[in-house]
Design a protein around this ligand. Structure first.
Ligand SMILES: Cc1cc2nc3c(=O)[nH]c(=O)nc-3n(C[C@H](O)[C@H](O)[C@H](O)COP(=O)(O)OP(=O)(O)OC[C@H]3O[C@@H](n4cnc5c(N)ncnc54)[C@H](O)[C@@H]3O)c2cc1C
Length: 384
């Protein structure tokens, strides 16, 4: 399927393959020159954000909102509804990243929760596809960590009562809480709309190398997810294949997540997401019928009323896993000069849950890497 995004007319001309690598002083020959001439304020630092998943779009939006001003352009080969982020169930329940301090993960989650809570509490909620949802996380044995680090970020966190646990005869322990859910494609469209309203163009282009953005851009923020295997030469980034089902079951109002989250039932605005799978190193984007049957039967074991669900659809996405989040500035030296890059990828199975907090940090880092803006042209001296 092709891209569903309508680009500003003046940018259509950019949607063509580059003819070669850029070289020092070749700003005028770069394929992105059109952005400067037609759309971009020349006196501001030029920042390219590579990627239009939830990480790229939120980072671009934070950059466009944080001062001092810079001119932001998003470059991506896939946009909603064709990204991994579109497949995400969109639940705000954190995934734990072993290499990142818990205090940092909690900060990212809290900032994301607060940001989405404000949206859910506003007239934008439906357009943005963000809503509150209550439910249970259940365990077959008591977990070692009885109170997770995010317990005081979500709302009303408590242990499940014996009466609630009666619904789940195979489970002995659980948490009850209220969190947020993003309808992923709706939220991505809303972020795109916000970006366009802030004058940020979204350019459709597949990059073979981040150097293609040099020297047209002063800083490149790499939010290419799994694409970082190629663009950052990072062989640690690996796909973690996830298959989910979406069904119509409007009577299911509570989420159910089993243990670490391999099996889940997440009700949304118009359908219920049933999951899932985590297959490391698997690249196949085609749904597998046997896997779908297995997901459905696991979910029905938790919520038997799902046997009456209709309108089943299957989706597959490849989580950018394997290495954990890389949020880091790098100066890459090459024959053509120095490329300032801020890497922001590797969010694995929890990118939606931390996207806004991590995007704020990536945007601050990118802003601090940008060279001082050239002075705007001086006004002509008045004639006396
Ligand atoms: C089944 C499933 C369920 C999930 N459920 C949840 C959940 O409930 N909660 C949660 O927090 N997370 C969930 N996730 C994880 C979440 O989807 C990811 O963490 C998140 O989408 C990663 O976002 P991203 O923007 O980094 O990557 P992506 O969405 O993959 O975006 C990458 C972008 O980079 C672009 N790109 C890549 N290479 C290039 C290139 N060479 N040139 C130009 N552009 C390029 C792509 O076109 C795309 O626009 C789930 C994932 C799956 C698969």
């Amino acid at each position: 399927m092709g891209s569903s995004v309508t680009f500003p007319v003046s940018l259509r001309a950019l949607d063509q393959p580059l003819t070669g690598k850029t070289s020092v002083g070749a700003r005028a020959f770069c394929g992105f020159q059109g952005c400067f001439c037609r759309e971009r304020p020349m006196h501001q630092p030029q920042v390219a954000v590579v990627g239009a998943g939830v990480v790229g779009l939120s980072t671009a939006l934070c950059l466009s909102q944080l001062g001092p001003p810079c001119a932001v352009t998003v470059v991506a080969d896939k946009v909603t509804p064709h990204t991994t982020s579109d497949v995400a169930a969109g639940m705000l329940i954190p995934h734990t990243y072993p290499d990142i301090p818990i205090s940092k993960q909690k900060q990212w989650f809290r900032e994301t929760f607060d940001h989405l809570f404000a949206i859910a509490n506003s007239a934008e909620a439906e357009d943005a596809g963000v809503h509150l949802v209550s439910g249970w996380q259940i365990f077959r044995s008591v977990p070692t960590e009885e109170v997770p680090f995010w317990a005081d970020v979500v709302l009303g966190f408590r242990r499940m009562t014996e009466a609630e646990l009666k619904k789940f005869p195979q489970h002995v322990f659980g948490y009850a809480f209220t969190t947020l859910k993003c309808e992923s494609s709706t939220y991505l469209s809303w972020l795109e709309k916000r970006l366009r309203a802030s004058g940020v163009p979204i350019v459709s282009r597949r990059l073979g190398d981040l150097w293609e953005l040099h020297p047209a851009f002063d800083v490149v923020v790499n939010c290419s997810g799994l694409g970082s295997r190629q663009l950052a030469g990072d062989a640690e980034v690996l796909p973690v294949r996830g298959q989910v089902l979406r069904v119509r079951a409007p009577w299911v109002k509570h989420f159910i997540r089993e243990g670490a989250g391999l099996t889940y039932v997440y009700p949304g605005a118009s359908d219920v997401v049933l999951g899932g799978t985590r297959q490391e190193g698997a690249w196949d984007l085609r749904p597998d019928a046997q896997t779908s049957r297995d997901i459905f039967s696991r979910c029905c074991a938790l919520e038997p009323s799902l046997r009456g669900a209709a309108g089943l659809r299957e989706h597959v996405g490849l989580r950018p896993g394997g290495r954990g989040v890389r949020l880091q500035a790098e100066r890459v030296r090459g024959a053509a000069g120095t490329l300032r890059v801020v890497h922001h990828y590797g969010h694995g199975g929890g990118g939606v849950a931390v996207h806004w907090g991590a995007a704020l940090e990536a945007a601050r880092l990118a802003r601090s890497c940008a060279p001082a803006a050239p002075a705007p042209p001086a006004a002509p001296a008045p004639r006396l």
